[in-house]
Design a protein around this ligand. Sequence first.
Ligand SMILES: C[S@@+](CC[C@H](N)C(=O)[O-])C[C@H]1O[C@@H](n2cnc3c(N)ncnc32)[C@H](O)[C@@H]1O
Length: 400
Amino acid sequence: MLSVFHAEEPMKRKGAPGKEERPSLTAKPPVPSLGEPFRWRSESDEPTPAHLSPVDDRLSADAALKRVRRGEYLLYTGDFHNAKQLLGAMGRRLSRPAGTGSLLEAFRAERRARQLEHETLSRIVVALDRDYRLGLSRAPDVAQACRQVWGEPELTTTVVPLKQLLGMLGAAEWRRKGLAVPGLKGLLQPHYGVYLPTRTDYAELLLPLPQVKGKRVFDVGTGAGVLSFLLLQSGATSVVATDCDARAVACARENAERLGLANRFKVVETDLFPEGKADLVVSNPPWIPEPPKNRVDRAVFDEDNLFLRRFLEGLTAHLEPGGEGLLILSNLAVLLGLRPAGWLDEQLERCGLTVKWTRSTQARHSKARDRLDPLHAARSREVTTLYCLEADPKRRLSAA
Ligand SMILES: C[S@@+](CC[C@H](N)C(=O)[O-])C[C@H]1O[C@@H](n2cnc3c(N)ncnc32)[C@H](O)[C@@H]1O
């Protein structure tokens, strides 16, 4: 392998016990702070690359693909816009799933293809100096986007997949502009890596919700906090929200402050429910029962319906007498064959819950209308439902 930069094997390096071992760049690329240890930043938990091979604008997409498929990490040192074009050209050369077989096979094939694309393109990496400056010609200022995601720079060079850095720049732009959510007074400022409510049809299901007035609410898996804020603005007295992801917790807290709701909103980083009971417990859980492949996936993928099953099992214990659970769930998993049609009813029965009422909405996002999408047959029939749940009165009586 042509490897000008190489990272020392952490095992072989000497260092103070307990101190994090970091590999170093051992030759001088045209980026700042070389010859010093570098910090590898990857959302997908790929291990620190042992070698970084410098490349520049002379590299063709075909040659880049050949090299990354051989396992190389290519450190781009040329022009920023050329680097972006290289990623695009590499992406276009990757094969797409043929769209044959069942919907479930098509869904899994599409996920595999996306994962492969992610892994392949993530091997084009760039270096940032100790002030998060990107040493490529025509590079934008990326420092603020990096600070927002990683905090203050460490005293080393940072190496990051270019694809990820572009995602961080896009998120910083969303955060700067703010996102309008129908029904929400004020803009939401999404953060990188936090579930972004761009498909707002599900949030609209909560409006209007007269019974929320004067209620104490729990929001389980709050993400950016959108459901909490809608309910607070509709008259809920207070919300205690949870999320298992620290980034979501920080994002929801910051948005509550900006929207002037912080005095009635508390968010905690925890698994599922907060402690205690509430009058209303709302949740829009991850809705696809397949294994998550990375940190961001945990907002959408719920292996073995673990979140959903535990939410339903724990709901009654977190409801005040006469309280209600508000569960938002799409039928996409059923349409794909990932969840049997009667599964939810069985779980409700098992957990002693009954449905008081439902409200549904047909998916309106662009994918639902894309006839060329191999999953069109499922996505075009996707319906998201708000289930209002209560503890089965018969069970309540027998438990009393
Ligand atoms: C589909 S997103 C919904 C976010 C937000 N409620 C909304 O409607 O926009 C699901 C959220 O659940 C969170 N989550 C996943 N597993 C969790 C768990 N075990 N405990 C708490 N939160 C969890 C994810 O981090 C994500 O923010």
